[in-house]
Design a protein around this ligand. Structure first.
Ligand code: URP
Ligand code: ZN
Ligand code: ZN
Length: 468
């Protein structure tokens, strides 16, 4: 006996069709216009959209950063994710300087083990190639462990940043393997000088975080890293959290000349802005201190257009939560000490749907593509994840396009004492979620077992050839 989801509209990047979906065990057994009830348990999906579970490829759970640790661990973070319709996260294992990637892999596997409520995978954040570049061979070892994407930071000089030589050597290796390099693109050295100058002028409040990180620092880094990837033999690059039109133009230009570059933006850059959401009193702006910072409102339309025209392929969250009361407050009197990051893992699907589909900025199919299918394809999870098709994991969201909601810290599941979307109202929300065939979200709450999430070994993805 399986579970038969009947009467809904099944959405994929390719189209939307009225169809029944049969789940058997952990997999989707059939998708067809009409499937016999047989002995199956029937789930009535009349009026609902049947979506592939969302995939958030940019999260920082249980991450030591900025003198503290992000406030959602694998349990609370993945629980909040799935309540919001995300059934897979790809988090970052962070290599500590002086330690191998293999050590980082073990540390992050242990963080997820017994805690993850949904399936998860890892990128490897590379900070140190080791004496005589000995840890470059870890790249091959990581690929064997199912880590097929590597992250480099061109910002945060005193903690995570790597120099161009490291980027180049890493890319020479990933180009040979077909692995992907994810890039936090910002010119960290220049930003550090601007920051020091601002502090010397007595500019210490949280808004200065945004004011000391120019859009050109982001665009320049995108340009540079793309060029390095070309010099390294055509390494595949994925630019994370594109926040402004200047950086977007660099991605578009690279894709136009056939470079294998893909890119994401994050939901916060699409719906929030300096003018609308910052400039508040009493250290409130610290809630919105993340990197790259919030930009001016005039960046939002270009970013939405970039998603529509496939310059950008993914919407993620960069979920990196810190409590206001005892974590963000580390930066009272000095904005450089505010831990960088904000919560959002729970809100990505509802906000992208409301501000994207309902607002007429993207189609329903593109919504599914940028929140599930493209992330699965780019990061080597497709077709196991990211699509409702026979043989795929039964990660399914029953989505009520008419449900209304108001976002509030008082009702959220993320472990923060604030929401950057406080008071946001929207239409379209999760009704129920299946993860590998198991009903795990119903009535707005998680009803699955903590620790049921599995570590996903990813394969090397078939890279698209850029055509923009
Ligand atoms: O502010 C942010 N984004 N914190 C997490 C680390 C990063 O840069 O992605
Ligand atoms: Zn970043
Ligand atoms: Zn991040």
């Amino acid at each position: 006996m399986g579970t038969l989801i009947r009467g809904g509209r099944v959405v994929s990047a390719a189209g939307t069709a009225a169809a029944d979906v049969l789940i058997e065990g952990e997999k989707i057994a059939r998708v067809a216009e009409s499937i016999d009830a047989g002995e199956h348990q029937i789930v009535d999906a009349t009026g609902l959209l049947v979506l592939p579970g969302g995939i958030d490829v940019h999260t920082h759970l249980d991450m030591p950063f900025g003198g503290t640790v992000s406030s959602d661990d694998y349990e609370s973070g993945t629980r909040a994710a799935v309540i919001g319709g995300t059934t897979t996260v790809v988090d970052f294992a962070i290599q500590s300087r002086g330690h191998s990637m293999t050590e980082a892999f073990k540390t992050w596997r242990a963080k997820g083990e017994g805690k993850a409520c949904i399936d998860y995978a890892l990128h490897m954040s590379v900070t140190d190639l080791g004496p005589n570049d000995v840890w470059l061979d870890d790249v091959d070892r990581m690929v064997a462990e199912g880590i097929t994407s590597f992250k480099i930071f061109m910002a945060y000089p005193n903690s995570l940043m790597v120099n161009d030589a490291t980027v180049f050597k890493l890319m020479q290796r990933t180009a040979k393997l077909g692995a992907l390099v994810c890039v936090h693109a910002e010119n960290g050295a220049v930003i550090d000088v601007i920051v020091e100058q601002a502090l010397a002028e007595g500019k210490t409040g949280p808004l200065n975080h945004a004011l000391t990180r120019p859009v050109l620092a982001e665009a320049e880094a995108v340009h540079r890293v793309v060029a390095i990837s070309e010099m390294a033999g055509g390494a595949s690059v994925y630019i994370v959290h594109v926040s402004c039109k200047e950086a977007l133009h660099e991605v578009a230009a690279a894709r136009a000349r056939g470079v294998n570059v893909t890119a994401e933006t994050c939901i916060q850059y699409l719906v929030l802005s300096i003018e609308d959401d910052m400039g508040r009193a009493d250290f409130e702006d610290a809630k919105l201190v993340f990197t790259p910072p919030l930009r001016e409102r005039n960046n939002q339309v270009p970013l939405w257009d970039g998603l529509k025209s496939d310059v950008l392929q993914v919407v993620s969250t960069d979920h990196c939560p810190f409590r206001f009361a005892d974590q963000k407050s580390l930066g009272l009197g000095n904005f450089t000490k505010i831990p960088n990051g904000a919560p959002g893992i729970e809100n990505r699907m509802q906000l992208t749907f409301h501000h994207g589909v309902n607002a007429g900025r993207i189609s329903l199919e593109r919504f599914v593509e940028i929140t599930a299918e493209s992330p699965a394809r780019i990061f080597g999870l497709y077709p196991r994840k990211g699509i409702i098709a026979a043989g795929s994991d039964a990660d399914i969201v029953l989505w009520n396009p008419a449900a209304t909601y108001t976002i509030s810290a008082a009702t959220q599941n993320m472990h923060t004492d604030y929401s950057i979307y406080e008071g946001f109202e929207g239409t379209g929300n999760v009704r129920a979620v299946y993860s590998r065939g198991e009903l795990v979200v119903e009535g707005g709450g998680f009803i699955g077992r903590v620790g049921r999430g599995e570590y996903l070994r990813r394969k090397i993805a078939e890279r698209e050839v850029a055509t923009q």
